[in-house]
Design a protein around this ligand. Structure first.
Ligand code: MG
Length: 172
């Protein structure tokens, strides 16, 4: 059985809209020479690595940061270089698509039949995944962008990953 993926968004998940508590530190980042600041909590890196290690899963980025997440977000969190979902720039609402649906379409294409957990703050990403036939077994863990990723989200993912590994129940 192929190892499940653990997909991680950056903005609204690892970088919440506001600083939730004192564990978050300001980091100046300059992707493509554009300077701005993000809030990051080093505990996220440890939590994600532990989740992947305990469940034989592979971490990957699902974010518009794409490979820039490896340059600017992974090092302060103590994460290694990770594969990423290729995400062309969102064409905009004039094309009649939501950001969540656009992202879900590219996640579904990249993951193929592989099972995955996805930490994401776009509210309609879960239902949008269902519109992609052939998408693998998955769990979307919705994250509130104000607070970002919490231990409860990790626990939800861990429970799902554990359940997938259990042998099917024997019928009576
Ligand atoms: Mg986001």
């Amino acid at each position: 059985m192929e190892a499940p993926l653990v997909l991680v968004d950056v903005d609204g998940v690892l970088n919440p809209f506001r600083r939730p508590d004192r564990n978050f530190r300001r980091h100046r980042v300059e992707p493509d020479g554009q300077s701005f600041r993000v809030w990051l909590d080093a505990r996220h890196g440890r939590m994600l690595r532990a989740l992947a290690a305990e469940h034989g899963a592979e971490l990957a980025w699902a974010t518009y940061w794409e490979d820039d997440a490896n340059l600017w977000i992974a090092p302060p969190l103590g994460l290694p270089r990770l594969p990423f979902v290729p995400l062309p720039r969102f064409p905009g609402i004039e094309e009649g698509r939501s950001l969540g649906a656009w992202k879900a379409r590219h996640v579904a294409a990249w993951t193929g039949e592989r099972p995955f957990v996805w930490f994401e703050d776009e509210p309609d990403a879960a239902e949008s995944l269902a519109d992609n036939p052939g998408v693998g077994d998955h769990l979307l863990v919705g994250v509130d962008p104000v607070t970002g990723l919490t231990a409860e989200h990790i626990e939800t993912a861990a429970t799902w990953l554990t359940g997938r590994r259990l042998p099917p129940a024997v019928a009576e």
